[in-house]
Design a protein around this ligand. Structure first.
Ligand SMILES: CC(C)(COP(=O)(O)OP(=O)(O)OC[C@H]1O[C@@H](n2cnc3c(N)ncnc32)[C@H](O)[C@@H]1OP(=O)(O)O)[C@@H](O)C(=O)NCCC(=O)NCCS
Length: 184
């Protein structure tokens, strides 16, 4: 399950990721666009990591992403709603606030996508993000997830409704210029 890119190591989530996972789960931007439930404490963050590290259901493949230079846990990328009958799934990602602005999400997404197509045999992966979250749109496009349409008023946050973009990537789509390791 371990995947290496130029700058990153994608590995199974572990209980000892909990402290930095708590920073992730409490970050306002993550809480805005990637709902993760009520305000967590360290025990809840630890339980979250342990749960994500268990792939035995076959329904998801979730990696914690380390910066290879520092060894620091910097991001989470999760392929979920895996449907083996249709060979489809969805994907989401979150980067720790102190690791943003360096293209980490794109690089991790490319690596996870390549593995899901080549090793897990998926044919299509779908990605949804709020239209009001342009950084996520850039990440999707840069990783070769084409914009396929807009889900009107599909996301509810604190009483306000938002449109979402749907992006999709097929196993047969060409890789972006950076290639599947994405360091570009
Ligand atoms: C969205 C997120 C994953 C991006 O992480 P990242 O890898 O640090 O992304 P970067 O800051 O390197 O930005 C990626 C691209 O978006 C662009 N971008 C960043 N913020 C932007 C903004 N506010 N408006 C427009 N573009 C923006 C960057 O310029 C970059 O573009 P480029 O590839 O052309 O250089 C991260 O901000 C995050 O975890 N946010 C909270 C959780 C979240 O929104 N997850 C996605 C839910 S679908």
């Amino acid at each position: 399950m371990e995947l290496l890119t130029d700058r990153l190591r994608l590995r199974l989530p572990r209980a000892d990721d909990a402290e930095r996972a708590l920073l992730l789960l409490r970050d306002p931007e993550v809480r805005r666009w990637n709902p993760v439930g009520p305000d967590p404490d360290l025990d809840a963050a630890r339980a979250w990591c342990v749960e994500l590290g268990d792939w035995s259901s076959g329904g998801h493949a979730t990696w914690h992403v380390e910066d290879r230079a520092s060894g620091l846990f910097v991001a989470n990328v999760s392929v979920f709603s895996i449907d083996d009958e249709h060979a489809t799934a969805k994907v989401g990602y979150r980067v720790l606030p102190d690791a943003r602005g360096r293209g980490v999400a794109r690089e991790a997404l490319l690596a996870a996508t390549a593995w899901m197509f080549t090793e897990r045999g998926l044919a299509r992966i779908q990605l949804e993000h709020a239209v009001a979250n342009p950084a996520s749109c850039r990440v999707a496009e840069a990783a070769g997830y084409r914009l396929e349409g807009t889900l009107r008023s599909s996301y509810l946050l604190e009483g306000e409704r938002y449109d979402e973009h749907v992006h999709g990537r097929l196993a047969t789509d060409p890789w972006p210029e950076t290639g599947p390791d994405g360091a570009g």
